[in-house]
Design a binder for this molecule. Structure first.
Ligand code: NAD
Length: 313
């Protein structure tokens, strides 16, 4: 089986490459990435065929996708605040980019496509937990671009019989998720601050909650989806946990054996207040999946972050 991972040099992509290469049924892993967010280091020591370029560049994407059996489409401009600053860039990479990837799958004998959508599509809908049938109420250009991502996939399934599986990721964290850039996610931002003796920045009151999902669990599920060629409508990839940012800080304090200080900042426009997945749909397709819990996941991430910060100097 030949697999193409778009955005394979990013956080989830790098972890997924490593995981897929351990599968005997997978004979080749290819990556297309423009390195706008990811780095070549994420693929250090991995036997992948790397195509440097954008999914919006037909020549590069066509070569990367030639003859593949499946595509895991992760390439995107992540982050709600980034999309609020530059909605057109987010639309082009995330919505138009997805269309290009689906066309590539269609041109390659209807390759299976597993895609990354996001919990942000639920947006302002207050119903909890977030079940897939709920009305989508996106609150940011990023969220709208992810609605487009998953709905284009569903349209391709209907119109062209393309085998697709759009996953709605919630807050994925773990080794390989880098801090130090303006759009970094909350776990690496907190851990970098904690390990360098700085206060942890919290937007708002810290009582906003998230369904944190460990990256190892995410890539195990993606791997199973590819190997078993699972198809479905949009499916949450999270396990129904609900952790406030203040609780996250407490878990970090326990693991690090220290008290951490907090710096309060203004709430961010476009951010949702609470997020918790229903995982009935996921369980239907992947009954055996065993999620790594928050404490063990943070523990592994702390160890990775310590090494990362040491190398960075
Ligand atoms: P990431 O930013 O680490 O990885 C995305 C990768 O895509 C980067 O390597 C970047 O260089 C690449 N990329 C961006 N635009 C591109 C383009 N036009 N052409 C080629 N490559 C391009 O993000 P991640 O955390 O690994 O997320 C992977 C996917 O999952 C994204 O689609 C993201 O929106 C989605 N997602 C992630 C989370 C999370 O918590 N990490 C939550 C919800 C959804």
């Amino acid at each position: 089986m030949k697999i193409l991972i778009t955005g394979g040099a990013g956080f989830i992509g790098g972890n997924l490459c490593r995981r897929l290469l351990a599968e005997p049924a997978i004979t080749q892993v290819r990556v297309i990435d423009d390195l706008s967010g990811g780095t070549r280091d994420a693929l250090d020591g991995l036997n992948v065929e790397f195509h440097h370029g954008s999914i919006l560049d037909q020549d590069v994407l066509g070569a990367a996708g030639d003859g593949v059996d499946a595509i895991v489409h992760l390439a995107a401009l992540g982050s709600v605040p980034r999309s609020v600053s530059n909605p057109v860039a987010s639309h082009e990479a995330n919505a138009t980019g997805t269309l290009r990837v689906l066309e590539t799958a269609r041109a390659n004998g209807n390759a299976h496509v597993v895609l990354a959508s996001s919990s942000s599509v639920y947006g302002a809908n207050p119903t909890m937990p977030k079940a897939e049938h709920l009305q989508l109420m996106p609150m940011s250009p990023y969220a709208v671009s992810k609605v487009a991502t998953e709905q284009y996939a569903i349209a391709y399934a209907k119109c062209y019989d393309l085998p697709v599986l759009p996953f709605r990721f919630f807050n994925v964290f773990g080794p390989g998720q880098r801090p130090g850039h303006v759009y970094a996610a909350v776990v690496p931002v907190f851990l970098e601050a904690a390990l360098t003796g700085k206060p942890l920045p919290i937007n708002g009151d810290g009582l906003q909650s998230r369904d944190f999902t460990y990256v190892g669990t995410v890539v195990d599920t993606l791997t199973q989806a590819i190997l078993e060629r699972v198809t479905s409508g949009p499916t949450n990839l999270a396990f129904g946990t609900r952790t406030t940012l203040l609780e996250l800080v407490s878990v970090m304090e326990e693991i690090l054996g220290t008290t951490l200080s907090i710096e309060r900042r203004e709430p961010r426009p476009g951010d949702v207040r609470h997020s918790q997945a229903s995982n009935d749909e996921l369980r239907k397709h992947f009954p055996g999946v065993q999620p790594v819990d928050l404490r063990n996941g943070i523990d592994a991430t702390v160890r990775w972050m310590q090494e990362y910060l040491e190398v960075q100097g």
